[in-house]
Write a protein that binds this ligand. Structure first.
Ligand code: ZN
Length: 145
């Protein structure tokens, strides 16, 4: 087993699936300023199941970098199998957090894999079913691109 540290993805990579305004919101919201953004917290479903905490955006960027970095290694045939133990936050929707998932690293990793592969088999073993909205958006993206 090899452990590798993928490069940190730039924030714009997250908008390959998520909306710009949602990612911009995640970048600027902090526990100190959240009182000024009550409407946006509601709009983006951030607050209860998906709390604001120090380093929230960095957390999203790091776990998503692991999933995309793993997909890049598969694309480059540098690895046959990759695992991101911090990834799998599949409940996040295009413009909404859900179930402690802020950024959908699964969708973003699949998009990375689709750069080199015609099809990707996605198996989800979470007890909750995956957000159908995220995957409808992904299918729409694939049909339109
Ligand atoms: Zn779940």
């Amino acid at each position: 087993m090899e452990v590798f540290r993928p490069s940190l993805i730039p924030p714009c990579t997250l908008t390959k699936f998520h909306s710009d305004d949602y990612i911009n919101f995640l970048r600027m919201i902090t526990p100190d300023n959240m009182g000024d953004y009550v409407r946006q917290l509601q709009r983006f479903n951030v607050g209860e199941d998906c709390p604001v905490f120090d380093g929230l955006f960095e957390f999203c960027q790091i776990y998503t970098s692991g999933s995309i970095g793993g997909a890049v290694r598969l694309n480059e045939k540098a690895s046959d199998i990759v695992i991101n133990w911090s990834g799998g936050l599949h409940h996040a929707k295009k413009s909404e957090a859900s179930g402690f998932c802020y950024v959908n690293d699964c969708v973003l990793a699949i998009l990375e894999l689709l750069k080199c592969h015609q099809r990707v088999l996605y198996i989800d073993i979470d007890i909750h079913h995956v957000s159908i909205i995220s995957f409808v958006c992904l299918v729409s993206f694939l049909i339109l691109s």
